[in-house]
Write a protein that binds this ligand. Sequence first.
Ligand SMILES: Cc1ncc(COP(=O)(O)O)c(C=O)c1O
Length: 385
Amino acid sequence: MIKTSKLVMIPGPTPVVRSIQEQMARETVAFGDAAFVKDFSDVVADLGAMWRCGGETFVVAGSGTMGMEMALANTTRRGDDILVCSNGYFGDRFIDMCERKGLNVELLSAEWGSSVTPAMVELALSSKRFSAVTVTHVETSTGVEAPVAAIGEVLKKHPGTIYIVDGVAASGGAEQYMDTMGIDVLLTCSQKAFGVAPGLTMVWASEKAMDRRKTLGAIPESYIDFDKWLPVMHDPSKYWGTPAINLVWALKESIRIMKEEGLAERYARHRRQAAVVASAMEAIGFSVAAQPQYRAPTLSVFFYPEGARIDDAKFRAVLADEGAQTAGCLGAFAGKGFRMGHMGNIDKHTLVSAVAAIERTCVKCGHRVELGRALGVLQQGLIDE
Ligand SMILES: Cc1ncc(COP(=O)(O)O)c(C=O)c1O
């Protein structure tokens, strides 16, 4: 039998469609090449407009973690108080990062599967002036979407506080509007709902965030300093660090795809497909880790059926052989199930193949399911897509 190809169904990187792959495979040009400079300018302008950012947009080679550091480096200084709202592993990542920078961290954390609430943030902000608040839009360890807009409403009453949102597992798949949501710094990267290979960090900074940057003067960081990149973002023929030329082209193609689909429809599609995939999984006994009101549109953590006695490592290895790579659970959820991405430029073929592979894997791992049961639910849900 011919080896089954593997769909990348981990929560990022996500499947990269052919037209984006082709951009990455192009012959690399000089970063001063006039056509590339125009492409880079267009990418920066499009991202700013699509995310309704009144300030500045940065596209820099790096991963999502670098975006987190870039957000902190440009809006806080040693000794500042910072409120970290954490719903799991990636929310917690801000703690160490802040402490290394000499920031005083106050932590608001939610039970895994749930979220920090606007009321919790309101209470914390009423007790002290924080220079910044961090929120992880979609927490990749739990599949929880934080109420980013409602927390933004609370932040609007505290104009001295910078609202930092980690959009790594959300941007391009979940609604993000810098202006109405009151977000000051939004960070994300290329390999999740943008459907590009890993390697680019995108950071949007509101006017308020840029004003904060001005008050900091020279900052200790160099590569991630907004001031170093600003001239390049305004005129990409200028140099600070070599741009990831082929990834910028790939991002341009990803943006073209997003515009063609329409951002509002793209967000709605992600919510519909997340609900359909969850129903399909529930039909064969799996459960969703995130509480219903916090289920993310971009990825899910699925717990193994109760009493099924599934060996986690074996299940995911068989599933990969059957054609779908998924990720193991982290922290409090380790061994209880798997994490699956359903974001980016994925189509019906991808979802159907992934769920079919899960059904075959259940049977192969001794969990008796009726083949086609989850697929039937999925197919029904995809009829009107
Ligand atoms: C919510 C969130 N934040 C930050 C990161 C870190 O991004 P990267 O692995 O690209 O550095 C991840 C990675 O999965 C993530 O899911």
